[in-house]
Design a protein around this ligand. Structure first.
Ligand code: SAM
Length: 227
């Protein structure tokens, strides 16, 4: 893997305000992925391929990642990036809407990373549970949606996403087959990212930070779900 290229791709994505996984979220996931050594990973939400390329480092020998992206410009960019980094044999991109692609998948995965439209998390979870292997892990990024999920008042455009994220959280907490952890990954931003967040209007004063939440759902051996 060409790590220099990967770093350049990350910097470019940040400059262009393309939402990619944060270093600290990746670190949390790394801990789990190193433990389970996945052979197959499914990602919902490729963007420019950054997280998928990072995950290749944790694959078991001969392992592969399937990742889904609906925006064709991003798919094109991701394909170019993956080639530059030299991991094209480890990543397969499905171009299209995950709502249509997921139901067509039949293979089982050791890890699923949900990182696409927040309003669709309950559907993504349902599909992830259908596709996950026993003892697999489902990660979902940003499930508290910058804290909107805990707020009583949300802007109209966030309401559906907030309602569906609450439904997602209820399901992962109440489903007896799942062992759920909600992890808070909080980080202070570098000055460069700080500027970007400021542009987005996410900070105030001279200290800015962002909360990212990763939800981990290992499926215990006693699961009733079949593989
Ligand atoms: C947060 S970005 C993914 C970032 C990427 N996982 C990373 O960390 O490098 C979310 C991506 O999901 C895509 N997306 C959102 N809803 C989708 C859907 N229903 N089907 C496929 N892709 C979707 C968006 O176009 C966007 O590129």
């Amino acid at each position: 893997m060409n790590k220099e290229e990967l770093e350049k791709i990350k910097e470019k994505a940040l400059e262009e305000h393309i939402p990619i996984i944060m270093d600290d979220t990746l670190k949390v996931m790394e801990k789990y992925l190193k433990e389970i050594k996945p052979k197959r990973i499914l990602e919902i939400g490729t963007a420019v391929g950054y997280s998928a390329m990072c995950f290749t480092l944790f694959l078991e020998e001969g392992g592969k990642i399937d990742t889904i992206e609906r925006e064709s410009d991003r798919v094109k960019q991701a394909r170019e990036n993956i080639k530059k980094v030299g991991v094209e044999e480890k990543i397969n991109i499905y171009e299209g809407d995950a709502l249509e692609i997921l139901p067509t998948l039949e293979e089982k995965y050791d890890a699923v990373f949900i990182d696409a439209a927040k309003g669709k998390y309950p559907f993504f979870l349902e599909q992830a549970l259908r596709l996950i292997n026993k003892n697999g892990i489902i990660f979902a990024d940003n499930i508290l949606y910058k804290g909107y999920v805990m707020s009583d008042y949300n802007k109209h455009k966030q309401r559906t996403a907030v309602r569906n994220l609450r439904e997602y959280i209820k399901e992962v907490n109440e489903n007896p087959d799942l062992d759920t952890e909600i992890l808070e990954v909080r980080r202070w931003l570098s000055s460069k990212q700080n500027k970007i967040m400021w542009k987005w209007g996410c900070g105030s004063g001279d200290r800015h930070y962002v909360d990212i939440f990763v939800n981990v759902v290992p499926v215990p051996t006693s699961t009733k779900m079949s593989t």
